[in-house]
Design a protein around this ligand. Structure first.
Ligand SMILES: Cc1cc2nc3c(=O)[nH]c(=O)nc-3n(C[C@H](O)[C@H](O)[C@H](O)COP(=O)(O)OP(=O)(O)OC[C@H]3O[C@@H](n4cnc5c(N)ncnc54)[C@H](O)[C@@H]3O)c2cc1C
Length: 289
């Protein structure tokens, strides 16, 4: 197996163009498991670790944040908790301190597992992913268009994931995950919500709920219309929102849980995170009044 070690982003893109069969490796927390279990035997590994551009983040003039694909979860939590609250919450639930020190959102996107914890908050908050090739330059892909199937994404053979961009936080964001224990566990299912009170809009993201991470559009539209944005959360509205989130899922029965349990749990998480988010939204509105 060849081992390619570019130092700059341009070298990385050139290497991927020349060797589309090279498997990128960032933190290695997915790739090394696959190699160790002989689940994959790529002709070459393309080590992105030395590429410094991937390990940086920057605020953009419009208030959004652009985060390199190689920024590990531990740094997202430590440096970006206030700017990316939903994603930082999800990052806190990933693996263990060791995994959070190595693992990255870029790797989560590359793996495109329906259970990946970064996907729901990225979907809910309206993320855009930047991918690039030497031949065609940068492509910006909205999160909603990135996931194509179980562990399949929109990346082409000569492309690498460069960064993701998230709009400025416009309201409360929450993430919730159910596992068979508290840590070091793949999500049985997960849910993320983002409120945009200024636009009277809601974002959602569901994990381990279908072949791909997804948004619950009908639930979002229902809540945006039915909620009294200047008042308290109506329990019946929250309940219906939970039902619609559960209905958006098309989960499977597997060792981690049944489809029926997943649908139910998604509804519960949706209602619960909505309640937390609404309480924050009302508290913020009252403090400003
Ligand atoms: C013990 C353990 C616990 C875990 N717990 C969790 C958990 O709780 N939640 C969770 O979501 N995941 C978990 N994982 C899985 C893994 O840690 C995450 O998916 C992590 O985000 C992978 O990031 P990485 O940088 O290590 O990716 P890598 O292993 O380096 O790469 C993963 C995939 O992405 C591709 N890739 C990486 N970077 C790029 C790039 N820039 N461009 C194109 N493709 C790229 C690789 O080719 C590969 O296919 C766990 C793994 C282990 C071993």
């Amino acid at each position: 197996m060849d081992f390619l070690r570019p130092v700059t982003w341009e070298e990385a893109l050139a290497a991927k163009a020349e060797r589309p069969d090279a498997l990128p490796i960032q933190g290695g927390t997915d790739v090394m498991v696959e190699l160790n279990f002989d689940a994959r035997r790529p002709a070459a590994l393309l080590d992105l670790g030395p590429v410094r551009e991937l390990a940086t983040w920057e605020p953009l003039p419009d208030g959004s944040v652009r985060v390199g694909a190689g920024v590990p979860y531990a740094r997202l939590i430590g440096e970006l908790g206030d700017r990316l609250p939903g994603l930082a919450q999800a990052a806190r639930t990933v693996g263990s301190p060791q995994i959070r020190n190595r693992g990255t959102v870029g790797g989560n996107l590359g793996a495109a597992s329906p259970a990946g914890d970064a996907h729901p908050p990225l979907l809910a908050a309206g993320a855009v992913y930047e991918v690039e090739s030497a031949a065609r330059g940068v492509r910006s892909i909205p999160a909603t268009e990135f996931y194509l199937g179980v562990k399949r994404n929109a990346l082409r053979a000569d492309e690498l994931i460069r960064a993701f961009r998230l709009p400025p936080v416009a309201g409360p964001q929450y993430f919730s995950k159910i596992g068979t224990r508290n840590a070091m566990v793949i999500a049985v299912c997960s849910f993320s919500i983002a409120l945009f009170p200024g636009e009277r809009r809601v974002g959602t993201g569901l994990g381990s709920a279908a072949p791909t991470p997804l948004r619950a559009y009908a639930a979002e539209e229902f809540l945006a219309d039915a909620a009294d944005w200047d008042g308290d959360l109506d329990e019946a509205v929250a309940g219906r929102f939970g039902e619609l989130v559960g209905a958006a899922a098309s989960p499977i029965d597997d060792v981690r849980g049944t489809a029926e349990y997943r649908r139910h749990a998604l509804g519960v998480m949706a209602r619960r995170t909505l309640t937390w988010a609404w309480n924050d939204h009302r508290k913020g509105a009252l403090e400003c009044a």
